[in-house]
Design a protein around this ligand. Structure first.
Ligand SMILES: [Zn+2]
Ligand SMILES: [Zn+2]
Length: 419
């Protein structure tokens, strides 16, 4: 079990903020499964649990219930067949059923944990996570992305008391889930870029040390591509640590900025659209990974040109209503007030050369695609199986899904201005 603080460098941060450096107890080392009862006790969990799992999670750790029983725990179970995409109905079911129990133990991958983080936040009960795949970066985050009325909302979530991820369990996870965690980290490179755009265009708060931690997670992860594909226990533990660190950076900065930019808006757009068309969307991290090289190409091309003019309102309500249909009320809410109101045009003009330099320094899209392939992740939206036209649509409309200033959003500004 590791006791090291992943956020140690944020003590006395020069950005001036007193960062929340709280960290769950982490166990990503071999034998973590047999230590589970001890870890739960050390994390302060009482011995009457609500175990929340789906069939895949239970199949991934068949010895779980024996280990809990031998460790002196009793439990009731909320069992789903297969959680793909966290839905509010499922989150409410966990909330209601866990009211009878003293604490929650979530067993599974990203979406299942999202349900439990939401329920634990609402019930204020202690939460422990047993991860069965390194599939996304939200394990230790304080928000839970949950589908409500077909729209993916960011709801508050409790941070867990402990995160246990036995590497031998992660190694046996399907390649698509291992590669999804890899893809989610690949997207940090454009998220960090967009954070700088917001700083340069609108004077948004930015922390260089939080950025450095996220860059470190990115660098360590991209070095793991072959190990992720092969599922080596060492690569699984390192990927899990990078994913946890990324989630903790959200908590430490109080912002999703270090973890999510235009690439996440494209991924959310595809996930929402597939869900609303009655399909099961690809795993979140795979969407993020495949979106990132596309977005980098788009950013490099756009930033090579002149500084965009800003117009308020920055969008056509009529076009958004036509495109989003029944989801338009959500989109309108995200765009009220207009997120480009915060831009000072003079500041943007002054900052544009820096944005151009940062865009030129983004990784080569071809190299990033090769890395995704090496990790076993789809390297393009086509390889992900998305229909023709969804890439262009995401580049055009995904930026309106969140109330965030990104370069993706500014690229629309230019097109609106020119037409
Ligand atoms: Zn700071
Ligand atoms: Zn993500």
């Amino acid at each position: 079990m590791s006791e090291k603080s992943l956020l140690a460098s944020l003590e006395h941060c020069p950005c001036g903020r007193d960062h929340d450096r709280a960290q769950p107890l982490l166990d990503f080392a071999p034998g973590a499964m047999t230590r589970l009862p001890e870890t739960l006790r050390r994390a302060g969990l009482p011995d009457r649990l609500r175990v929340v799992a789906d069939g895949n999670g239970l199949a991934a750790c068949p010895e779980l219930l024996d280990i809990l029983r031998a460790g002196g725990f009793s439990w009731e179970m909320t069992r789903f067949d297969d959680v793909r995409g966290a839905k509010i109905e499922d989150a409410r079911r966990v909330l209601t059923e866990s009211k009878k129990n003293a604490a929650l133990l979530a067993v599974g991958t990203g979406s299942l944990h999202d349900l439990c983080r939401y329920a634990a936040f609402e019930t204020k009960k202690p939460l422990a996570l047993l991860a069965t795949a390194p599939s996304m970066d939200g394990f230790a985050s304080t928000v839970a992305p949950i589908f409500r009325d077909g729209f993916k909302d960011t709801l508050p979530g409790a941070s867990p008391r402990c995160v246990v991820a036995p590497p031998e369990v992660l190694s046996a996870a399907p390649l698509a889930l291992r590669a999804a965690g890899f893809g989610d980290i690949v997207g940090k490179v454009t998220a960090l870029f967009d954070w700088h755009v917001a700083r340069l265009a609108a004077g948004e708060y930015h922390c260089p040390r939080v950025e450095a931690l996220t860059r470190d997670a990115y660098a360590k992860t991209t070095a793991l591509a072959q190990g992720v594909r092969a599922g080596t226990p060492e690569a699984m533990a390192a990927l899990m640590e990078a994913l946890t660190l990324s989630g903790l950076c959200i908590q430490a900065s109080g912002l999703s900025r270090p973890a999510s930019g235009g690439e996440h808006h494209m991924a959310h757009y595809w996930e929402i659209r597939a869900t609303n068309e009655g399909d099961t969307p690809p795993f979140h991290g795979l969407c993020v990974g495949a979106a990132t090289p596309v977005l980098i190409e788009h950013y490099k091309r756009f930033a090579a040109g002149p500084c965009p003019e800003i117009r308020i309102p920055s969008f056509s309500a009529e076009q958004l209503r036509d495109h989003y249909g029944r989801l338009y009320p959500h989109v309108r809410r995200e765009n009220t007030p207009d997120p480009l109101r915060g831009i000072d045009p003079a500041r943007l003009r002054t900052g544009w050369p820096d944005i151009q330099t940062l865009a030129a320094a983004l990784p080569d899209p071809a190299q990033l695609r090769a890395l995704l392939r090496a990790a076993g992740a789809p390297d393009t939206p086509q390889a992900l199986g998305l229909p023709d036209g969804w890439v262009e649509d995401a580049l055009r409309y995904a930026c309106y899904i969140r109330s965030r200033l990104t370069l993706l959003r500014l690229t629309q500004q230019q097109e609106t201005t020119n037409s």
